[in-house]
Ligand binder design. Structure first.
Ligand SMILES: C[S@@+](CC[C@H](N)C(=O)[O-])C[C@H]1O[C@@H](n2cnc3c(N)ncnc32)[C@H](O)[C@@H]1O
Length: 345
């Protein structure tokens, strides 16, 4: 009995101590330690304290945390990056580095309200930790420019990974004008426009993001075929004209009732035969995972909207049918995302 308890205690340790692991990682990243060690491997405690402008004892504590958890390797008196931290020394605006400032500034404190958010069935983490008055994260980001920038860097890096696969796997040859609802800063639109030279794309997003998207589109030289319009997807009718609608990383933010409303709005504007594409992380139809669907569901509920979660493809297909679309295909993107495709009847 005692041995079983001990092994459970060991197996539970990563759950119980996860916050320390994250703090070692995010503090070292914030101080630029991984970049410094990539340029100058083998620095000692004293060298590192000088470079980080920290006192020696705090530096020892940081280095002990990083070494004990496998982020750094100590050889004699010198410290080195490991295979885990080498990717955090470059391309800081791409995954995995781009996740760290967002998790640290946007999520870490707010997700500690998870139990209260379940209890109150609302996004208590946002209300307690993110300054501002808007009811969702996206409205509050506009009130916190530094956080908004960390969010869009993280989101851009996720979208970039997914966009490369969308472009490879989703056939838009039969459509002439795509409406990208909640299209953000044009990562998907830019990739799709480059792949399909015949295609026009309109991004619809909240005003501050639509303005940002317009700038990026102009910088990329795509303004002749891609534009961005201010759209509050819940209050404005979708623009008419497009013969396909894309919701990428958008529907899972919202409740089932709101998703039904958004799909009905798409259905009202699309002609018969029009395309519907939902890019989303997914939960297995048997509701057992994958892990990322669990993290994201907790994030949507506690912080982002207080109402969304990662749903199963089966649920989306049911909502498609209710809104007058025939589900046509599921295209898997990596281990935990999917494009659910449909056609307006
Ligand atoms: C998770 S991001 C996804 C961005 C992009 N589609 C992608 O795949 O990278 C969600 C986007 O929805 C936008 N959004 C939030 N509420 C919205 C609303 N009511 N109407 C339109 N867009 C909204 C946000 O500004 C943000 O750009």
């Amino acid at each position: 009995m005692q041995r079983a308890d001990e092994s459970a205690a060991v197996a539970l340790r990563p759950y119980i101590k996860a916050h320390y692991h994250f703090q070692f990682l995010s503090a070292a990243f914030r101080f630029g330690l991984f970049e410094i060690l990539e340029k100058d491997p083998g620095l000692t405690v004293k060298d590192i304290a000088l470079r980080l402008e920290l006192n020696e004892q705090p530096t020892r504590i940081l280095l002990l945390g990083c070494t004990a958890t496998g982020l750094l390797h100590k050889d004699g008196d010198g410290y080195h990056n490991t295979a885990l931290t080498r990717p955090l020394a470059e391309n800081l605006d791409q995954a995995p580095a781009a996740y760290i400032p967002w998790e640290s500034q946007g999520i870490y404190r707010a997700i500690s309200w998870f139990a209260e958010a379940l209890d109150e069935d609302s996004n208590v983490g946002l209300q307690r930790e993110i300054p501002g008055t808007a009811p969702t994260l996206y409205g509050r980001l506009a009130e916190n420019p530094e956080l908004e920038s960390a969010f869009h860097t993280m989101m851009g890096s996720v979208s970039q990974l997914v966009a490369e696969e969308i472009v490879e796997k989703v056939d838009l040859s039969g459509h002439r004008h795509l409406l990208d609802v909640g299209g953000g800063t044009a990562v998907n639109a830019a990739n799709l426009a480059r792949k399909w030279p015949h295609l026009r794309i309109t991004i619809g997003d909240l005003p501050s993001i639509a303005a940002l998207a317009e700038e990026k589109i102009a910088d990329m030289g795509l303004a002749d075929r891609v534009d961005a319009v201010s759209l509050d997807a819940f209050h404005d009718e979708f623009p008419s004209g497009p013969d396909a609608v894309l919701f990428a990383h958008f529907l899972e933010i919202w409740s089932a009732d709101r998703i039904r409303d958004l799909l009905a709005r798409a259905s009202r504007q699309l002609p018969s035969g029009g395309g519907l594409f939902v890019v989303t992380p997914y939960q297995n139809d048997d509701e057992t995972g994958p892990e990322r669907s669990a993290y994201l569901s907790a994030y949507f509920h506690t912080i982002a909207s207080g109402e969304g979660m990662v749903y199963t493809p089966k649920e989306y297909e049911q909502w498609f049918t209710e809104a007058g679309f025939a589900p046509t295909r599921r295209v898997l993107l990596g281990p935990d995302a999917v494009v659910i495709c449909g056609r307006k009847l």
